[in-house]
Ligand binder design. Structure first.
Ligand SMILES: Nc1ncnc2c1ncn2[C@@H]1O[C@H](COP(=O)(O)OP(=O)(O)OP(=O)(O)O)[C@@H](O)[C@H]1O
Ligand SMILES: [Mg+2]
Length: 276
């Protein structure tokens, strides 16, 4: 049985450098964090602070010809950094799923949602077409998508951003990955869809014990969702804390500034209402 406090994902001394004609430049450095089973780790920081570069490193999605990734990234004690693409493809989607900021980019425009959903399932399992379709339909129902059979026949452009985001979450959750990396999963959405998506992520975490790395600009989202938070600035982590500590007693000047300038999450009944 899995030990309760075990780290599922650990990152140690991660550094990412990009090689250019003028020499190499460091995008992120000294990145260290752990995520335990069922934990949501929030990652905040201003635009350009290195949040996406960090998450792409965990997923090993950087182009190795131009990027150097050093340090260690372990998933269930298995080293991912430097793993062959073929091996990494088996892990991505199955053990670590990725929810992207722009759902339109996550789908190919020329295939139906059903085709893409079923292919994703089949590429990681031995399920037959019909079984994969049933799993897709079940997952879509569990994320409250209406009429899954009809939706599976549609093309990505026929769905709204909020619907596509929910399909992407259903796809991310359907193979019960240990970790979901959600990079700004709600930024492109209206308030109602934002809430739906956040509730879904929380439901997936509690139902399957999924660990989630939740990247967001929005401190309101982080305060609602995260157990622990890391704050990034200019490619480095400037503060790591439990969510309550961070909001009640921020240590770093930059975190204090972020908190002062945040749109305030005002009441439990009206989450994400911005104080004037
Ligand atoms: N492929 C790349 N080649 C060169 N530089 C890059 C590359 N990808 C990102 N960068 C640079 O790395 C830095 C961090 O970018 P990153 O996308 O991680 O920021 P971010 O924190 O995700 O910002 P945002 O909140 O806007 O999404 C930026 O200065 C960016 O220009
Ligand atoms: Mg980003």
């Amino acid at each position: 049985m899995e030990k309760k406090n075990r780290n599922i994902l650990s990152v140690r001394d991660l550094q990412v450098q990009v090689r250019t004609k003028e020499g190499s430049s460091t995008l992120v450095q000294n990145i260290n964090f752990d995520i335990k089973k069922g934990e949501i780790l929030g990652l905040v920081g201003e635009s350009g602070s290195g949040k996406t570069v960090t998450s792409m490193s965990v997923l090993q999605l950087h182009d190795r010809k131009s990027m150097d990734i050093t340090g260690s990234i372990t998933l269930h004690d298995r080293e991912l950094n430097g793993l062959e693409n073929k091996e990494m493809r088996k892990i991505r989607g199955k053990d670590i799923a990725f929810i992207m900021q722009n759902p339109m980019n996550a789908f190919t425009p020329v295939f139906t949602i059903g085709h893409q959903f079923i292919e994703t399932i089949r590429s990681h399992t031995s399920l037959k077409n019909k079984q994969a379709k049933d799993l897709a339909t079940d997952m879509m129902e569990s994320v409250n998508l209406p009429d899954p059979d009809k939706l599976l026949k549609k093309y990505p452009f026929q769905l709204s951003g909020g619907m596509l985001q929910r399909v992407m979450i259903a796809m991310a959750a359907c193979l019960k990955p240990s970790v979901i990396i959600a990079d700004e999963p709600t930024t492109a959405l209206d308030l109602h869809s934002q809430l739906l998506v956040l509730r879904l992520l929380d439901k997936i975490r509690s139902k399957y014990g999924t660990s989630i790395l939740l990247i967001s600009h929005d401190l309101g989202v982080i305060s609602e969702m995260a157990d622990n938070v890391i704050v990034m600035k200019q490619g480095r982590i400037v503060e790591t804390a439990n969510v309550y500590e961070l909001f009640d007693n921020p240590q770093h000047e930059y975190t204090k500034k972020l908190l002062r300038t945040r749109p305030t999450l005002y009441s439990q009944k009206q989450p994400y209402t911005y104080m004037l």
